[in-house]
Ligand binder design. Structure first.
Ligand code: AMP
Ligand code: MG
Length: 405
C-alpha cells in the first residue's frame, strides 16, 4: 500500500476535477424521468393561461352581490355557462350570472365566483345568498408560473414534479445530458453467476449485480458487465475493450496479491493513476485514473460491501459530474444508539438504520460490519462516516451520516 492513504473528500475532489459534463441530447418528456436537465426550461406563457374558477358556482360581478345575505338573497339572470375547455360565449352584464365549473374561464365582465353551495337556482335565475369580494374564488392567470419565468434549472434531476411542471408549460421534449456509458468488470477465478453450479471454492458474483444497479441508480447506463479471470493478458484485454465507454468500473484484483492484475494492466494501457489507497474502511485499495482517450477508470475492492461503499462514496460523484447534476451529498447527522469500536487511522463507513425520535435522527448499525458481510447493506438507510482520526464512538454521540440512494 502507498505510505499515504488519502481522505475520502480528497479522493472525491481528485475524481470530480477530472470530469467535465457530457454533451446534451434531446429527450422526449415521456422518457426523461431521472435524466439531468442540461438547459433550463422556461415558460413562454403563463400558467394558468387565463383567469379561471376555483369552484363550481356562478361567475358574477361582485358589486351585484353587495347586499346579498341568507335572509335576503340577490337574484341574478343566468345567461350562459362556462365549462372547463368550453368558455362562455357572452359576457356577464349587471344583474347577470354565468354558471361556471372548476377550472373554467371566468367570463368577461365577471370578477368573482359564488360557490354553488351559497346559491339556489330555478327557472334560469339564481339566488345568491352571500356577498363576495372582488376576485373571490378566482385563480389568476400566471399565479403558478409567470410568462418568461425559468421553472426548472439546468443540473436538475427530473422527477415526477419536474416532468409535470415542464408539461404544464407546454414542452414535450427537453435537453438532457447524455447518460454516461459505464462498463462493469468483475475479476476473479472464483466467480460464478447465480443460477450456475458452484464448484469448490466458488463464490457468487454478487458485484456483477449490485454494482451495475448502483450505476443505473446514479444515472449511468450500463453498457456491459463482464467477468475476467485472474490472468494478466485477459485482464488487460477486458479493460482495453472497456475503455471506449465513459466510465470503467473494475471490481476486485486491484490489491497487491499475487493474483491481482488490475493495477499492472492499467499502467500498461496508459491509464494515469490519480490515486490508489483511500483512508477508508471498508474500501482501502480503491484506485482511480484516467485514460488519455477520456475514460474514467475506477478500481474498486472486490469484497462485496467494499465495492458498494466505494462506488457510492467515490465513483458515484464521477457519474454525477458527467451528468452535470448537482444533487449535493445527502449529508446529515444522527445520534448513535450503540457503542462503536474504532482505532484512528482510517475513516469508517458504517451501515446504519435510521429512526426518527423527538431529538432528531438516531442511527444503529445493521449488525456485523465485515466487508464480506453483504447482508449488512440490507435495509441500510445511511453510511455513518466516522472520521479517520476518530477513535471509538460511544452511545449518544452525534455522527455524520450520508444517506444512501
Ligand atoms: P479481491 O479484491 O479481488 O482481492 O477480492 C476480495 C474478496 O472479494 C475475495 O474474497 C473475493 O472472492 C471477493 N470478491 C471479489 N469479486 C467479487 C464479486 N464480483 N462478487 C463477490 N465477491 C467478490
Ligand atoms: Mg480477486
Amino acid at each position: 500500500m502507498p505510505a499515504e492513504l488519502i481522505e475520502i473528500e480528497e479522493a472525491r475532489r481528485l475524481v470530480v476535477e477530472r470530469v467535465s459534463p457530457l454533451p446534451a441530447e434531446q429527450v422526449p418528456l415521456r422518457e426523461a424521468l431521472g435524466r439531468v436537465l442540461a438547459v433550463e426550461v422556461g415558460a413562454a406563457d403563463p400558467v394558468p393561461g387565463f383567469d379561471n374558477s376555483a369552484m363550481d358556482g356562478f361567475a358574477v360581478r361582485a358589486a351585484d352581490t353587495a347586499s346579498a345575505s341568507g335572509e335576503e338573497p340577490v337574484t341574478l339572470d343566468v345567461v350562459d355557462e362556462s365549462r372547463a375547455g368550453r368558455p362562455a360565449e357572452r359576457p356577464v352584464g349587471p344583474g347577470e350570472a354565468i354558471l361556471i365549473s372548476t377550472g373554467a374561464m371566468v367570463p368577461e365582465g365577471a370578477d368573482s365566483v359564488v360557490r354553488v353551495e351559497d346559491t339556489s337556482s330555478r327557472d334560469g335565475r339564481v339566488e345568491i345568498g352571500v356577498a363576495v369580494g372582488k376576485g373571490r374564488n378566482v385563480r389568476r392567470a400566471g399565479e403558478d408560473v409567470r410568462s418568461g419565468e425559468a421553472v426548472v434549472g439546468s443540473g436538475t434531476v427530473l422527477g415526477p414534479a419536474e416532468l409535470g411542471v415542464i408539461a404544464a408549460v407546454g414542452r414535450d421534449a427537453v435537453e438532457c445530458t447524455r447518460r454516461p456509458m459505464v462498463c462493469v468488470l468483475t475479476t476473479g477465478d472464483e466467480l460464478h453467476e447465480p443460477g450456475k453450479p458452484l464448484g469448490p471454492g466458488g463464490v457468487r458474483n454478487s458485484n456483477a449485480h449490485s454494482v451495475p444497479a448502483l450505476v443505473e441508480r446514479a444515472g449511468g447506463e450500463v453498457v456491459r458487465v463482464e467477468t475476467v479471470p485472474d490472468e494478466p493478458t485477459a485482464t488487460r484485454g477486458a479493460i482495453e475493450r472497456a475503455l471506449d465507454s465513459d466510465v470503467v468500473v473494475i471490481c476486485g484484483g486491484v490489491s497487491v496479491g499475487e493474483h491481482d492484475h488490475v493495477r499492472g494492466a492499467l499502467a500498461e494501457l496508459g491509464v494515469e493513476e490519480a490515486f490508489w489507497g483511500v483512508a477508508l474502511r471498508p474500501g482501502k485499495p480503491t484506485a482511480f485514473g484516467t485514460h488519455p482517450d477520456g475514460a474514467l477508470v475506477f478500481g474498486l475492492p472486490g469484497n462485496p460491501v467494499s465495492a458498494m461503499v466505494t462506488f457510492m462514496l467515490i465513483a458515484r460523484p464521477a457519474i454525477e459530474a458527467l451528468l452535470g447534476s448537482n444533487p449535493g451529498r445527502q449529508r446529515a447527522t444522527a445520534i448513535l444508539d450503540e457503542d462503536y469500536a474504532k482505532k484512528p487511522g482510517r475513516a469508517h463507513a458504517v451501515r446504519c438504520r435510521l429512526e426518527l425520535a423527538e431529538d432528531g435522527w438516531h442511527a444503529r448499525t445493521t449488525g456485523e460490519q465485515g466487508s464480506h458481510v453483504l447482508t449488512s447493506m440490507l435495509g441500510a438507510d445511511a453510511l455513518a462516516l466516522i472520521p479517520t482520526d476518530s477513535g471509538s464512538v460511544s452511545t449518544g454521540e452525534r455522527v455524520e451520516i450520508e444517506l444512501l440512494p
